[in-house]
Every structure is written in structure tokens, then in C-alpha cells.
Design a protein around this ligand. Structure first.
Ligand SMILES: [Cu+2]
Length: 483
């Protein structure tokens, strides 16, 4: 946004002299202009939900320009890892040795971060690890973690937002024997939902061109796609379904709820399953977070529709949550008999005991000039060759994310670990149901202070950063090294 436009929007003359505090509060007002999702009405969900192909390790992942049909009838060029927007869903088992050849067929550099996997630092996709155009790299690592919903995406400094937005992202599901023993809905009844909001140009091509304001608040799209499907529907049977949601959006938080007001059952989150199902009516999901949940369609009449909505919410900065909207329509069309019984317990969860150190990460916005604020961690912005924190190998530490001075929600992500959420004080003042398991990304709302605990079992250089991709690309990211 041009400075004059920015000031005009604030209702100020270009001669106004602003203190950083008043500019900060003006910024807060101005964020009410954030792009809102278009309203999609009941009968307008006309596109069958695309389901990404399942890949097993050994299959080549190829970042490429490919064609897809998104919001217009004709196909457009997008980025993807196989065919069309996004990438295949990998399914692996705990303990498996994974080999994934990666080919960069783009005309620009890329790399792959395996978000949620606890793997060696040279496989983690740090921005230091760039795979140039027309080069390849063989990823190889062993899975040593619980069943969970992980994902993969590029992780280049300053170019993550654009590459993810153009289509580079996919799910990476870890399965285990304990999980299989639960006999949860599987195959066609186990459905991935990658939720992303995007903006489009008049010709139907993806528009990713964040303004200064977008960089401060994050990029918000007016079209909400699921698995790259605009206005999606899924035909369902009268039975239980398992849905695995990835909030693959840059900045948008969703408050997921069912249109009929029914309960749904959270069974897992980022990188683990809950000890027992949690029955809820809604849940907030920040960018980068995942949700594993069950919906019971058995009492819905044939011909009826249930929508997965995002309901209004407050206290998450700017205009986030100011509107409710429908995301996908579940059209109940098939009568089924279902023998599934909700298990009373899922996967045992033991709390990490003790810790050798507590580190605090203060999240705040620093005004760098009249129309530019940068989101910082401990007052710093990312520097590739600077190590910000040094952690002892094998240590158990508490990390506190302190957003009491912040005006933006920050989904904080730590590489090379999975963590447990110990507490949230201020703001929502509680641990959410889906946070009662292994996580790698936690939504830190304005005024919130969150403590997480984790064990560092991988040596090397890793990242802690905000997963609002515009914040991340703008430098809201630090290096830590495990030695
Ligand atoms: Cu952020």
C-alpha cells in the first residue's frame, strides 16, 4: 500500500507526525479492512472435493508448474508436487525408513520442510538448505514418533508464503500399530481436508502480492478452498467419518463447527492422538495446525446437507473471526450401516516431567518507519547465519511464548521437536481440547502467554518461527542450535 493511501485510510494527513504507539493503534484500526471470505450459499457447493493421491515412500516428489482448475472453468498454471495444486498425501508407519527423491522442476529455488517430523537437521528443510532449479535431493530419514498428521512445504527465507500459496503443500500421515488397533474409519471414510484461503485475478489465476499491511497482518484470501477445490462438496454415507484437517492458510484462523450445531469428536492434533476423544461444538485452528476428528452422520436423513463452517470469534486481532462462513458441504446421499463404536480411550499420553531451563520468547511488533511494522521475536528479525539460542542435546526445556504486548495472533512453530502445551495464561486462559497431545505449532493469541515443554533429541540447526507465512517471510523467525 502506498504511504498516502495508508495515511488516508487512517484518516490522517500526510503531515501528521505519529508516535510509534499511536501508529500501532492506528494499524489495529486499519486491520478492519482485512479481506473477508465471500459468502457461499447452501446450493452453491457444486464442485466434488478433490482427494490428493496417496504416495508411499520411494515415490518421487517433483516441485513443478502444473495445471489445475480452481475458481474458473478453464485451467490455470499453479505450483504442485505431482499433478495439479498441492501434493500427494504420504502415508508411512512409525519405525519406517523413508526415502523420498525430490526433484525441483521449477524455474526457481525451493526446498522441503517436513513439518512435524522429528528428523535430523540436514533433512529438515532449513532455509540454508536450498535446492536450486533443475536440481534434486534425496530425503532419507527414519520415522520415530506417534501416529499423527504432519505435512510438507517449502521453507525458503522470504519465499515460503508465495510458494505455499501457489500450491506447494501436502500431508504426511504417520500411522502406528496402536492407532490401527483402534479401528477408526479408514479408506474412503478417512478424508484429508487442506483448508486454504486465496485471492484470484480476474482471469482466475492465483494472486499473491501482499501489501505492506498484508505483511504486517498476514495475507487473507476471499476464496476458501479445500484440497484445491473451490466451493467443495463431499457425498457421505450415514456413518462415522474421520477427517484430517490441515490449516494450510497463510494467516487465517478458522473456528471449525458444524452447521447443524452437532458435536464432533477430536481424536488428535498435530503429531499425536489424544488420550480420549474430546466432544466439542467448535475449535480454533491456527495456520500450520492440524486437527484429527470424527463426525457422526448416522442420524442425518438422506438428502440433507451438513456444512463445516468457520464461526465468528473474537480477541484474535484485527478482523479475524468477524464473519462466519461455510467451508465445505457434506451431502448425505448413501444409507449405510456402521459398526464403528467410539473408543473410550485412544493412545496413552504421558506428560513430560521436569525441565532444565525456561526460555522466554517475547512476540511484539516493532515500527520501523511511518507505515511499516515488523513482527519480531525477542526484538529480533531473522538472520540466517546468527544462532539465537543454543540448547544442549537431550535437554528438556520449557519455552514460553509471550504475546502480552502483541496485537497479532502468532501460530508459533518449533522445528526438530514435538512439544506438549503446559499452560496458557491471559487471553483464552485455557488449554484447548486439541492441545492435549503432541504438538509442533501452537496458536498464541494477543495477550496470551503459553508455555510448552519439549525434549531436544536431534542435533543441529533448527528454527522457531511464526507460521503466519507473511510474518515468517518478514523475519519472525530465529535459529537455535542443539549441541
Ligand atoms: Cu506471526
Amino acid at each position: 500500500m502506498k504511504r498516502q493511501t495508508f495515511l488516508k485510510n487512517l484518516g490522517l494527513s500526510s503531515l501528521a507526525v505519529l508516535s510509534s504507539e499511536s501508529l500501532l493503534s492506528s494499524c489495529m484500526e486499519n486491520r478492519n479492512m482485512n479481506v473477508m471470505p465471500q459468502t457461499v450459499k447452501d446450493g452453491e457447493f457444486v464442485n466434488a472435493l478433490k482427494i490428493p493421491e496417496i504416495f508411499t515412500p520411494g515415490s518421487t516428489l517433483s516441485a513443478q508448474i502444473t495445471q489445475d482448475i480452481l475458481v474458473k472453468a478453464s485451467s490455470i498454471s499453479v505450483y504442485g508436487y505431482h499433478s495439479g495444486l498441492l501434493g500427494p498425501t504420504f502415508k508411512v508407519k512409525n519405525g519406517q525408513n523413508v526415502i523420498i527423491p525430490f526433484q525441483n522442476s521449477l524455474k526457481e529455488a525451493s526446498n522441503v520442510h517436513w513439518h512435524g517430523l522429528v528428523i535430523p537437521s540436514n533433512m529438515d528443510g532449513h532455509p540454508d538448505h536450498v535446492i536450486e532449479s533443475n536440481k534434486n535431493f534425496i530425503f532419507q530419514f527414519t520415522i520415530d514418533q506417534q501416529a499423527g498428521i504432519n505435512w510438507y512445504h517449502p521453507h525458503l527465507h522470504m519465499h515460503t508464503g508465495i510458494q505455499v500459496n501457489k500450491g506447494l503443500a501436502g500431508m504426511f500421515i504417520v500411522e502406528s500399530d496402536e492407532e490401527n488397533a483402534l479401528k477408526l474409519p479408514s479408506d474412503g471414510y478417512d478424508v484429508p481436508l487442506v483448508i486454504q484461503d486465496k485471492r484470484f485475478n480476474a482471469d482466475g489465476t492465483i494472486n499473491y502480492n501482499p501489501s505492506q499491511m498484508d505483511i504486517m497482518t498476514g495475507y487473507f484470501g476471499d476464496n476458501v478452498l479445500v484440497n484445491g477445490t473451490s466451493k467443495p462438496y463431499l457425498e457421505v454415507s450415514t456413518r462415522f467419518y474421520r477427517f484430517r484437517v490441515l490449516n494450510g492458510s497463510s494467516a487465517r484462523i478458522y473456528n471449525l463447527a458444524l452447521s447443524n450445531g452437532a458435536d464432533f469428536y477430536i481424536i488428535g492434533s498435530d503429531s499425536g492422538m489424544l488420550a480420549q476423544p474430546e466432544k466439542v461444538k467448535n475449535t480454533l485452528l491456527g495456520p500450520g495446525e492440524r486437527l484429527d476428528f470424527l463426525i457422526d452422520f448416522s442420524r442425518i436423513k438422506i438428502g440433507e446437507k451438513v456444512h463445516l463452517n468457520s464461526e465468528k470469534f473474537t480477541n484474535m486481532g484485527g478482523s479475524q473471526g468477524g464473519q462466519s462462513f461455510k467451508i465445505i458441504s457434506f451431502n448425505v446421499t448413501i444409507q449405510a450401516t456402521d459398526s464403528f463404536k467410539m473408543p473410550a480411550s485412544l493412545i496413552p499420553f504421558s506428560s513430560i516431567q521436569g525441565s532444565s531451563k525456561t526460555r522466554t520468547f517475547t512476540l511484539s511488533m516493532r515500527m520501523v518507519n511511518m507505515n511499516r511494522g515488523m513482527n519480531t521475536i525477542n526484538g529480533k528479525v531473522f538472520k540466517a547465519d546468527r544462532i539465537d539460542e543454543t540448547v544442549n542435546f537431550g535437554a528438556t526445556e520449557i519455552w514460553e511464548f509471550d504475546n502480552t504486548a502483541g496485537i497479532e495472533p502468532h501460530p508459533m512453530h518449533v522445528h526438530g521437536v514435538t512439544f506438549q502445551v503446559l499452560s496458557r495464561t491471559g487471553g483464552r486462559n485455557k488449554i484447548e481440547p486439541h492441545e492435549k497431545t503432541w504438538k509442533d505449532t501452537v496458536l498464541v493469541g494477543p495477550n496470551e502467554r503459553i508455555k510448552v515443554v519439549m525434549n531436544f533429541s536431534q542435533k543441529g540447526k533448527f528454527l522457531v518461527h511464526c507460521h503466519n507465512l507473511e510474518h515468517e517471510d518478514d523475519g519472525m523467525m530465529l535459529n537455535f542450535e542443539v549441541v
